[in-house]
Design a protein around this ligand. Structure first.
Ligand code: FAD
Length: 326
């Protein structure tokens, strides 16, 4: 299938990609946003949606999912085309200089500019070693709607920030929450672990998931105490598998970009070495780079404005003030 035409494609719907999409729309560019994950929000939505973020300008203490919701609302102002669950795979140069961007699904987009806001790359949830066949039938890798866990016996598997955060969030909603981790020590933030131990969640370590059973969906879990080898059967109708993610720049490494330590080298205009391809956010590398959301927002504005001028030299680099719009 080929070739919807947009002025600019943003690869990555993390915080920086969402802001780049808003900015491109603000500049009057037609825009498509591509992300390999089914949900927007990048690391914030996938790894720490319930954490309070304190260092985004103007928002003293915003929960990850609230920040993503606000960025989405802002990005939607100019109605970009959303291609979620789609990976940017390859680019080809057309005779007129435009870029043909091929997605892994076989869809392609024709565009004048690409802004890579690809963060740490495509990240995939680490699968449950057992019970993965219940995915979507009680087993989730993402908690998109905490209220849907009401009345359920929930098993959370993992020892990092997202496992502990989900256990804390869901114990206020679910019938019961059991959290298991294969080690005695958690890698999650100390304060969250202390809160967990003071909460109603049942914490069992060093435990692993031995088996899940159920007819149409999960209804029992068998846990194994790795210290004693004993098996414990519990009621369990929902499982949150929070075993972390693997990240990979994957196909972007074949675009002819200069890549250093899994980051894309850009100049002060956020241009990569490939004409028409810009980058912003965690994925970029340059002297003095700091990987923070606030820095990525500035880079998104730089990338979009510079991409616009490169594709249309009659355009002004300075966008004007947003207060001047109605
Ligand atoms: C636990 C934790 C706590 C943090 N706390 C803070 C904090 O307090 N303050 C702060 O400023 N920062 C914090 N950060 C860092 C912050 O989350 C990142 O700086 C931010 O997410 C970077 O945003 P991004 O949009 O550049 O990339 P990401 O959030 O990584 O999003 C990139 C998106 O691109 C997609 N993608 C990648 N490659 C492709 C492809 N080929 N095709 C399609 N899609 C693709 C990915 O699926 C992903 O959704 C924290 C990070 C972690 C892990």
């Amino acid at each position: 299938m080929s070739g919807d035409d947009v002025d600019l494609v943003v690869v990555g719907a993390g915080p920086v990609g969402l802001y780049a999409a808003y900015y491109a729309g603000f500049r009057g560019l037609t825009t498509a946003v591509v992300d390999s994950l089914p949900e927007p929000g990048g690391q914030v939505a996938a790894l720490y949606p319930e954490k309070l973020i304190h260092d985004v300008a103007g928002l003293p203490g915003v929960r990850g999912r609230e920040l993503v919701r606000a960025l989405l609302q802002q990005a939607r102002t100019y109605s970009p085309r959303w291609l979620l669950g789609e990976s940017a795979d390859q680019i080809a140069r057309l005779d007129d200089g435009r870029i043909e961007l091929h997605l892994r699904s076989g869809t392609s987009l024709t565009t004048r500019s690409v802004v890579l806001a690809a963060g740490i790359g495509t990240f995939k949830p680490r699968p449950l070693p057992v019970g993965a066949e219940f995915l979507g039938r009680g087993v989730d890798y993402f908690v998109t709607d905490p209220s849907s866990y009401a009345g359920h016996d929930v098993l959370v598997v993992g020892g990092g920030d997202s496992a502990v955060d989900w256990a804390l969030t869901l114990q206020a909603i679910a019938k019961s929450v059991t959290l298991i981790h294969r080690r005695d020590r958690f890698t999650a933030h100390e304060a969250s672990v202390a809160e967990l131990h003071g909460s109603d969640a049942l914490v069992r370590t060093p435990f692993v998931l031995h088996a899940l059973s159920g007819d149409r969906s999960v209804d029992r879990a068998i846990l194994r105490d790795t210290a004693s080898g004993e098996l414990h059967e519990i009621d369990c109708t929902r499982v949150v598998a929070a075993l972390g993610f693997t990240a990979d720049l994957g196909p972007l490494t074949r675009w002819g970009l200069q890549i250093v330590d899994r980051h894309i080298v850009v100049d002060s205009t956020m241009a990569t070495g490939v004409p028409g391809v810009y980058a912003a956010g965690d994925v970029t590398e340059y002297p003095g780079k700091v990987r923070l959301i606030s820095v990525g927002f500035g880079e998104a504005a730089l990338a979009v404005n510079n991409a616009y001028v490169a594709s249309d030299p009659s355009a002004s680099l300075f966008p004007g003030h947003s207060t001047a719009t109605v």
